[in-house]
Design a protein around this ligand. Structure first.
Ligand code: TXA
Ligand code: MG
Length: 303
């Protein structure tokens, strides 16, 4: 793959863009986000235009402090306080009743908003310097793989989006999303922070969560899941597994620990997608709680 040196902007420049009503890509510990001032509906509209994202998909609003997050919520139930105290800053999004100052476009008309304080130092610096909460989905086009490096963002948007570089994302897959509306805990999207809660089995009402679209987070190359190498159709493709290697034309040995596996997953899929293999097969990880989020993303990537 040709490596192009991409130009990036500083925290101060990115903060100025946000204040001017522009859009910037910025790092978080999970994936890169495509951010705009969450209180400016015209700025947020630009995110939807760039991503080709349907208006029925609500965005996560990123804050730099609990005080800033609470100002965006109409209610802050005890469970929210408990979860925020335990996991913020970090890869957890908490859905609560929204304050009126958040424009409808951010929440897809829902009366709730997803809030998160990221733990990436550069993300926190950006939100603080901008002085406003930042609405941001992952910085990829709708249904594509999430980006975990500035290069992934550049491959997706080219010069149309300015990028704040924070290095590769350490968590590597999107945040856990929970609802605490009415002080009732519901899991909306599994992530690397494991929360024991009832999952929302079907998308709620007229506004399905985009994380629940069956086809989401997909590479362009056909991807499928297997339990043994015997299920591979031939030897011509790329195979990701956690033990030996050398069985197919391209073999990638993935880490045995879930946290390391997650950190490498999208990076690996982006890379293999560029190499144009006829297929990508992935060995199914164990069906245990610590692999749940990874399994969820792999299922969505396969079609
Ligand atoms: O790690 C992450 O969460 C990344 C970084 C940039 O923070 N962002 C991200 O955003 O993954 P996005 O737009 O790709 O996914 C947002 C998820 C979706 O599953 C969406 O349905 C859910 O959050 N969500 C946001 N607001 C919601 C709300 N009010 N009610 C229910 N689900 C909501
Ligand atoms: Mg996304």
């Amino acid at each position: 793959m040709e490596v192009k040196k991409i130009s990036t902007i500083s925290v101060a420049e990115a903060a100025a863009r946000i204040r001017e009503g522009g859009v910037v890509a910025f790092p978080t510990e999970t994936v890169y986000g495509l951010g705009a001032n969450a209180l400016d509906s015209q700025a947020v509209q630009k995110i939807f235009d760039l991503k080709g994202r349907p208006h029925t998909s609500p965005l996560i609003v990123h804050a730099a402090s609990i005080e800033m997050a609470k100002d965006l919520a109409a209610e802050w139930p005890p469970i929210a306080d408990d979860l925020a105290g335990r996991y913020w800053p970090g890869p957890l999004t908490i859905v609560v009743a929204k304050a009126p100052l958040i424009p409808d476009i951010v929440t897809a008309g829902l009366k709730t908003v997803g809030l998160r304080i990221p733990s990436h130092a550069v993300a926190l610096q950006l939100i603080e310097a901008a002085g406003v909460p930042i609405a941001a989905p992952s910085a990829n086009k709708f249904t594509h793989l999430s980006p975990t490096t500035p290069e992934h963002v550049y491959q997706e948007f080219g010069d149309a989006v300015e990028i704040l570089d924070g290095g590769p994302c350490k968590v590597g897959i999107e945040s856990t999303v929970v609802s605490v509306v009415g002080n009732k805990l519901t899991l909306l999207r599994p992530g690397m922070i494991r929360i024991e809660a009832e999952s929302a089995s079907t998308p709620q009402g007229a506004h399905p969560s985009p994380g629940m679209h069956a086809r989401h987070y997909s590479p362009r190359t056909r991807l499928f899941l297997v339990t043994t190498p015997a299920e591979l159709p031939d030897r011509r493709g790329a195979y990701l597994w956690r033990k030996k290697s050398g069985i197919t034309a391209r073999s990638v040995r993935m880490p045995a620990l879930p946290a390391e596996y997650a950190a490498r997953l999208y990076e690996t899929l982006h890379q293999l997608d560029h190499e144009n293999w006829p297929w990508i097969a992935v060995e199914l990880p164990p069906d245990t709680a610590e692999w749940r989020a990874i399994l969820d993303r792999l299922r969505r990537a396969s079609r």
